[in-house]
Design a protein around this ligand. Structure first.
Ligand code: 5GP
Ligand code: ZN
Length: 113
């Protein structure tokens, strides 16, 4: 089991923002902006590559996309938010369970792209 599997299973507490059969979305423990929510599939995929390669990858990707928009709406940042996925250690991935950061609530000026 990994950290986010334990959070999905309720073994480790989190501050839930949104949940359905496919995803759990909860506040990041170390937020970088006023809104910083993690969108996490309930099925374990190591990273974006694992998600893409899995037979259920398309299903979960669609659910993740809808959940990202729902989280932005619930959080009141639908008009302006940033979604980030880090894939691989050199890209900054520290938890090996694919997840998407939804960040907003402030002016997001610093950017690589
Ligand atoms: P990564 O660096 O893998 O893209 O993102 C991992 C994120 O998970 C980090 O932003 C980190 O703050 C967050 N995180 C790590 N451990 C926990 C935890 O136990 N609870 C919550 N809510 N977030 C966590
Ligand atoms: Zn996991």
């Amino acid at each position: 089991m990994c950290l986010f599997c334990d959070i999905v299973a309720g073994k480790i507490p989190s501050t839930k923002v949104y949940e359905n059969d496919y995803v759990l979305c909860f506040k990041d423990i170390n937020p970088v902006a006023p809104i910083h929510v993690l969108v996490v599939p309930k099925k374990h995929f190591d990273d974006m590559n694992g998600l893409a390669a899995d037979p259920e990858g398309a299903l979960y990707s669609a659910e993740i996309t809808k959940a990202i928009a729902e989280v932005a709406k619930i959080s009141g940042v639908s008009e302006a938010y940033r979604t980030i996925n880090n894939c691989g250690e050199d890209a900054g991935q520290t938890v090996k369970h694919v997840h998407f950061h939804v960040i907003g609530g402030t002016s997001l000026t610093e950017k690589l792209i």
